[in-house]
Design a protein around this ligand. Structure first.
Ligand code: AMP
Length: 283
Protein backbone atom coordinates (compact mmCIF):
# COMPACT_ATOMS: atom_id res chain seq x y z
CA UNK A 1 0.00 0.00 0.00
CA UNK A 2 1.24 3.45 -0.88
CA UNK A 3 1.31 5.92 1.99
CA UNK A 4 0.42 9.56 1.36
CA UNK A 5 2.24 12.05 3.58
CA UNK A 6 1.49 15.77 3.77
CA UNK A 7 3.93 16.99 6.39
CA UNK A 8 7.69 17.39 6.40
CA UNK A 9 8.09 15.98 9.91
CA UNK A 10 6.31 12.70 9.12
CA UNK A 11 8.15 12.35 5.84
CA UNK A 12 11.54 12.82 7.50
CA UNK A 13 10.65 10.28 10.17
CA UNK A 14 9.51 7.68 7.61
CA UNK A 15 12.56 8.16 5.41
CA UNK A 16 14.96 8.11 8.34
CA UNK A 17 13.65 4.77 9.57
CA UNK A 18 13.73 3.34 6.03
CA UNK A 19 17.37 4.40 5.75
CA UNK A 20 18.18 2.93 9.15
CA UNK A 21 16.67 -0.38 8.07
CA UNK A 22 19.09 -0.42 5.13
CA UNK A 23 16.66 0.53 2.35
CA UNK A 24 17.80 2.54 -0.66
CA UNK A 25 15.44 5.40 -1.45
CA UNK A 26 14.77 6.88 -4.90
CA UNK A 27 13.02 10.24 -5.10
CA UNK A 28 11.05 11.43 -8.13
CA UNK A 29 10.25 15.14 -7.70
CA UNK A 30 7.23 16.27 -9.75
CA UNK A 31 4.57 18.95 -10.03
CA UNK A 32 1.91 16.28 -10.63
CA UNK A 33 -0.69 15.90 -13.40
CA UNK A 34 1.02 12.70 -14.35
CA UNK A 35 1.66 11.49 -17.87
CA UNK A 36 3.67 8.49 -19.07
CA UNK A 37 6.94 10.45 -18.76
CA UNK A 38 6.41 10.85 -15.01
CA UNK A 39 5.46 7.17 -14.72
CA UNK A 40 8.63 6.18 -16.55
CA UNK A 41 10.68 8.06 -13.93
CA UNK A 42 8.88 6.06 -11.23
CA UNK A 43 9.60 2.81 -13.10
CA UNK A 44 13.31 3.63 -13.26
CA UNK A 45 13.19 4.51 -9.56
CA UNK A 46 11.71 1.08 -8.86
CA UNK A 47 14.53 -0.57 -10.82
CA UNK A 48 17.28 1.32 -9.02
CA UNK A 49 16.11 1.24 -5.41
CA UNK A 50 14.08 -0.48 -2.69
CA UNK A 51 11.76 2.42 -1.94
CA UNK A 52 10.24 4.86 -4.42
CA UNK A 53 9.16 8.26 -3.12
CA UNK A 54 7.27 10.64 -5.39
CA UNK A 55 6.73 14.25 -4.45
CA UNK A 56 3.79 16.15 -5.90
CA UNK A 57 4.13 19.87 -5.36
CA UNK A 58 3.39 22.74 -7.72
CA UNK A 59 6.21 24.95 -6.51
CA UNK A 60 5.17 28.63 -6.55
CA UNK A 61 8.75 29.94 -6.30
CA UNK A 62 9.72 28.61 -9.72
CA UNK A 63 6.92 30.48 -11.50
CA UNK A 64 7.32 34.09 -12.61
CA UNK A 65 4.63 36.70 -11.81
CA UNK A 66 3.06 36.40 -15.28
CA UNK A 67 3.34 32.65 -15.53
CA UNK A 68 0.81 29.88 -15.06
CA UNK A 69 1.12 28.96 -11.36
CA UNK A 70 -2.61 29.45 -10.69
CA UNK A 71 -3.81 27.67 -13.81
CA UNK A 72 -1.19 24.88 -13.78
CA UNK A 73 -3.14 21.62 -14.18
CA UNK A 74 -3.69 19.66 -10.98
CA UNK A 75 -5.42 16.34 -10.26
CA UNK A 76 -4.21 14.92 -6.97
CA UNK A 77 -6.69 12.05 -6.80
CA UNK A 78 -5.81 10.71 -10.22
CA UNK A 79 -2.07 11.22 -9.59
CA UNK A 80 -2.20 9.22 -6.37
CA UNK A 81 -4.06 6.39 -8.13
CA UNK A 82 -1.47 6.32 -10.94
CA UNK A 83 1.45 6.37 -8.49
CA UNK A 84 -0.08 3.56 -6.44
CA UNK A 85 -0.48 1.49 -9.60
CA UNK A 86 3.23 1.96 -10.28
CA UNK A 87 4.07 0.56 -6.83
CA UNK A 88 5.24 3.85 -5.42
CA UNK A 89 5.82 3.44 -1.67
CA UNK A 90 5.45 7.00 -0.43
CA UNK A 91 3.78 10.02 -2.00
CA UNK A 92 4.72 13.37 -0.50
CA UNK A 93 2.09 16.02 -1.21
CA UNK A 94 2.69 19.06 1.00
CA UNK A 95 0.76 22.34 0.95
CA UNK A 96 2.48 25.60 -0.02
CA UNK A 97 2.36 26.69 3.64
CA UNK A 98 4.02 23.49 4.75
CA UNK A 99 6.91 24.03 2.33
CA UNK A 100 7.15 27.82 2.77
CA UNK A 101 5.99 28.82 6.26
CA UNK A 102 6.89 32.45 5.57
CA UNK A 103 10.03 33.00 7.61
CA UNK A 104 12.43 31.39 5.17
CA UNK A 105 15.55 33.41 4.28
CA UNK A 106 17.59 30.92 2.29
CA UNK A 107 17.83 30.30 -1.44
CA UNK A 108 20.10 28.14 -3.51
CA UNK A 109 21.54 29.76 -6.60
CA UNK A 110 23.62 27.92 -9.16
CA UNK A 111 25.66 30.43 -11.14
CA UNK A 112 26.82 29.85 -14.69
CA UNK A 113 24.59 27.13 -16.10
CA UNK A 114 21.48 29.08 -15.08
CA UNK A 115 22.53 32.08 -17.17
CA UNK A 116 21.39 30.58 -20.47
CA UNK A 117 18.22 29.26 -22.14
CA UNK A 118 15.26 29.23 -19.72
CA UNK A 119 17.35 31.13 -17.16
CA UNK A 120 17.15 34.16 -19.47
CA UNK A 121 13.46 33.94 -20.32
CA UNK A 122 12.39 32.94 -16.80
CA UNK A 123 14.36 35.07 -14.31
CA UNK A 124 14.55 33.45 -10.88
CA UNK A 125 13.08 30.18 -12.15
CA UNK A 126 16.11 28.04 -11.40
CA UNK A 127 16.60 29.53 -7.94
CA UNK A 128 13.08 28.31 -7.22
CA UNK A 129 13.87 24.90 -8.65
CA UNK A 130 17.18 24.35 -6.84
CA UNK A 131 15.81 25.60 -3.54
CA UNK A 132 12.77 23.34 -3.62
CA UNK A 133 14.77 20.34 -4.83
CA UNK A 134 17.34 20.84 -2.04
CA UNK A 135 14.45 21.00 0.45
CA UNK A 136 12.94 17.82 -1.01
CA UNK A 137 16.34 16.11 -0.73
CA UNK A 138 16.50 17.03 2.96
CA UNK A 139 12.93 15.87 3.48
CA UNK A 140 13.01 12.53 1.61
CA UNK A 141 16.70 11.77 2.23
CA UNK A 142 17.09 9.88 -1.06
CA UNK A 143 20.11 7.92 -2.24
CA UNK A 144 19.02 8.50 -5.83
CA UNK A 145 16.98 11.29 -7.43
CA UNK A 146 15.44 10.94 -10.87
CA UNK A 147 14.81 13.72 -13.38
CA UNK A 148 13.77 13.91 -17.03
CA UNK A 149 16.03 15.02 -19.86
CA UNK A 150 13.01 16.86 -21.23
CA UNK A 151 14.01 19.62 -18.80
CA UNK A 152 17.63 19.36 -19.85
CA UNK A 153 18.82 22.58 -18.26
CA UNK A 154 17.06 21.71 -15.01
CA UNK A 155 18.90 18.38 -14.95
CA UNK A 156 22.21 20.15 -15.64
CA UNK A 157 21.57 22.70 -12.89
CA UNK A 158 20.63 20.01 -10.36
CA UNK A 159 23.70 17.92 -11.19
CA UNK A 160 25.80 21.05 -10.63
CA UNK A 161 24.11 21.83 -7.30
CA UNK A 162 24.54 18.26 -6.06
CA UNK A 163 28.21 18.25 -7.02
CA UNK A 164 29.03 21.71 -5.69
CA UNK A 165 27.26 21.13 -2.37
CA UNK A 166 28.61 17.57 -1.95
CA UNK A 167 25.13 16.11 -1.80
CA UNK A 168 25.54 12.37 -1.45
CA UNK A 169 22.79 11.64 -3.97
CA UNK A 170 23.07 10.01 -7.37
CA UNK A 171 21.30 12.14 -9.96
CA UNK A 172 19.78 10.03 -12.73
CA UNK A 173 18.55 11.49 -16.03
CA UNK A 174 15.83 9.74 -18.04
CA UNK A 175 15.31 10.22 -21.82
CA UNK A 176 12.27 12.20 -22.90
CA UNK A 177 9.06 10.22 -23.21
CA UNK A 178 7.07 11.17 -26.32
CA UNK A 179 3.58 10.78 -27.74
CA UNK A 180 3.48 8.37 -30.72
CA UNK A 181 3.67 11.37 -33.08
CA UNK A 182 6.81 12.72 -31.40
CA UNK A 183 5.43 15.45 -29.12
CA UNK A 184 7.33 15.46 -25.83
CA UNK A 185 4.93 14.62 -23.03
CA UNK A 186 4.24 17.53 -20.72
CA UNK A 187 1.53 18.42 -18.24
CA UNK A 188 1.22 21.70 -20.17
CA UNK A 189 0.17 19.84 -23.36
CA UNK A 190 -3.30 19.78 -21.75
CA UNK A 191 -3.56 23.52 -22.50
CA UNK A 192 -3.36 22.94 -26.28
CA UNK A 193 -6.45 23.03 -28.49
CA UNK A 194 -6.69 20.81 -31.59
CA UNK A 195 -4.94 23.24 -33.97
CA UNK A 196 -2.23 24.09 -31.46
CA UNK A 197 -1.62 20.41 -30.81
CA UNK A 198 -0.73 20.04 -34.52
CA UNK A 199 1.57 23.07 -34.44
CA UNK A 200 3.26 21.72 -31.30
CA UNK A 201 4.72 18.92 -33.44
CA UNK A 202 6.96 21.54 -35.04
CA UNK A 203 9.32 21.36 -32.05
CA UNK A 204 10.26 17.72 -32.48
CA UNK A 205 10.17 18.00 -36.28
CA UNK A 206 12.63 20.88 -36.19
CA UNK A 207 14.95 18.92 -33.89
CA UNK A 208 14.88 16.06 -36.43
CA UNK A 209 15.67 18.61 -39.13
CA UNK A 210 18.57 20.07 -37.12
CA UNK A 211 19.97 16.59 -36.60
CA UNK A 212 19.67 15.81 -40.33
CA UNK A 213 21.53 19.02 -41.20
CA UNK A 214 24.33 18.09 -38.77
CA UNK A 215 24.54 14.61 -40.28
CA UNK A 216 24.79 16.18 -43.75
CA UNK A 217 27.84 18.09 -42.52
CA UNK A 218 26.43 21.52 -41.64
CA UNK A 219 28.57 23.06 -38.90
CA UNK A 220 27.40 26.70 -38.87
CA UNK A 221 25.15 27.33 -35.88
CA UNK A 222 23.36 30.28 -37.48
CA UNK A 223 22.35 28.21 -40.49
CA UNK A 224 20.86 25.49 -38.35
CA UNK A 225 19.11 28.07 -36.21
CA UNK A 226 17.62 29.74 -39.29
CA UNK A 227 16.38 26.44 -40.66
CA UNK A 228 14.84 25.46 -37.33
CA UNK A 229 13.20 28.86 -36.97
CA UNK A 230 11.70 28.73 -40.47
CA UNK A 231 10.29 25.26 -39.88
CA UNK A 232 8.69 26.23 -36.58
CA UNK A 233 7.26 29.50 -37.88
CA UNK A 234 5.74 27.73 -40.88
CA UNK A 235 3.25 26.31 -38.36
CA UNK A 236 0.40 28.58 -37.25
CA UNK A 237 0.11 29.90 -33.65
CA UNK A 238 3.86 29.59 -32.99
CA UNK A 239 6.17 32.26 -31.52
CA UNK A 240 9.79 31.57 -30.68
CA UNK A 241 11.09 32.23 -27.20
CA UNK A 242 14.53 30.83 -27.99
CA UNK A 243 16.33 28.48 -30.33
CA UNK A 244 19.71 27.75 -28.89
CA UNK A 245 22.57 25.60 -30.02
CA UNK A 246 25.12 25.27 -27.28
CA UNK A 247 27.70 23.12 -25.58
CA UNK A 248 25.77 20.25 -23.97
CA UNK A 249 27.76 20.49 -20.71
CA UNK A 250 28.35 24.21 -20.09
CA UNK A 251 25.26 25.39 -22.07
CA UNK A 252 27.44 28.16 -23.49
CA UNK A 253 26.65 29.43 -27.00
CA UNK A 254 28.57 28.03 -29.92
CA UNK A 255 29.22 29.47 -33.37
CA UNK A 256 30.47 26.26 -34.90
CA UNK A 257 29.23 22.81 -34.03
CA UNK A 258 31.73 20.62 -32.24
CA UNK A 259 31.78 17.55 -30.00
CA UNK A 260 28.42 17.20 -28.28
CA UNK A 261 25.88 19.95 -28.82
CA UNK A 262 22.49 20.67 -27.34
CA UNK A 263 19.75 22.05 -29.54
CA UNK A 264 17.25 23.56 -27.12
CA UNK A 265 13.91 25.12 -28.01
CA UNK A 266 11.30 27.11 -26.16
CA UNK A 267 8.29 27.95 -28.30
CA UNK A 268 4.95 29.48 -27.49
CA UNK A 269 2.13 27.65 -29.19
CA UNK A 270 -0.90 29.85 -28.64
CA UNK A 271 -0.51 30.82 -24.98
CA UNK A 272 1.33 27.64 -24.03
CA UNK A 273 5.10 27.70 -23.65
CA UNK A 274 6.63 24.38 -24.67
CA UNK A 275 10.25 23.23 -24.48
CA UNK A 276 12.12 20.40 -26.16
CA UNK A 277 15.74 19.54 -26.87
CA UNK A 278 18.08 17.13 -28.59
CA UNK A 279 21.70 16.25 -27.88
CA UNK A 280 23.65 15.67 -31.07
CA UNK A 281 27.12 14.18 -31.23
CA UNK A 282 29.20 15.70 -33.97
CA UNK A 283 31.11 12.87 -35.64
P1 AMP B 1 7.16 18.22 -13.91
O1 AMP B 1 6.04 17.61 -13.14
O2 AMP B 1 6.78 18.69 -15.27
O3 AMP B 1 7.93 19.24 -13.09
O4 AMP B 1 8.18 17.06 -14.18
C1 AMP B 1 8.64 16.23 -13.15
C2 AMP B 1 9.81 15.41 -13.66
O5 AMP B 1 9.38 14.66 -14.80
C3 AMP B 1 10.98 16.28 -14.15
O6 AMP B 1 12.21 15.65 -13.80
C4 AMP B 1 10.79 16.30 -15.63
O7 AMP B 1 11.99 16.51 -16.36
C5 AMP B 1 10.25 14.91 -15.87
N1 AMP B 1 9.51 14.86 -17.14
C6 AMP B 1 8.54 15.71 -17.56
N2 AMP B 1 8.13 15.38 -18.79
C7 AMP B 1 8.86 14.31 -19.16
C8 AMP B 1 8.91 13.49 -20.33
N3 AMP B 1 8.13 13.73 -21.38
N4 AMP B 1 9.79 12.47 -20.37
C9 AMP B 1 10.61 12.23 -19.31
N5 AMP B 1 10.61 12.95 -18.17
C10 AMP B 1 9.75 13.97 -18.10
Amino acid sequence: MMEVVNTIAVMQERCESLRLSGKRIALVPTMGFFHEGHLELMRIGRELSDIVVVSIFVNPTQFGPNEDFESYPRDMESDLAKAEKRNVDLAFAPSVDEMYPGDSQTKIMVEKVTKHLCGLSRPGHFNGVTTVVAKLFNIAKPHIAIFGEKDYQQLTVIRRMAKDLDMDIRIVGVPTFREPDGLAMSSRNSYLNTDERVSALSLNKSLDFAEDLCKQGEREVFKIREAVEALILSHPHTAIDYINICDSHTLEDLETLEKEVLVALAVKVGKTRLIDNRVITIG
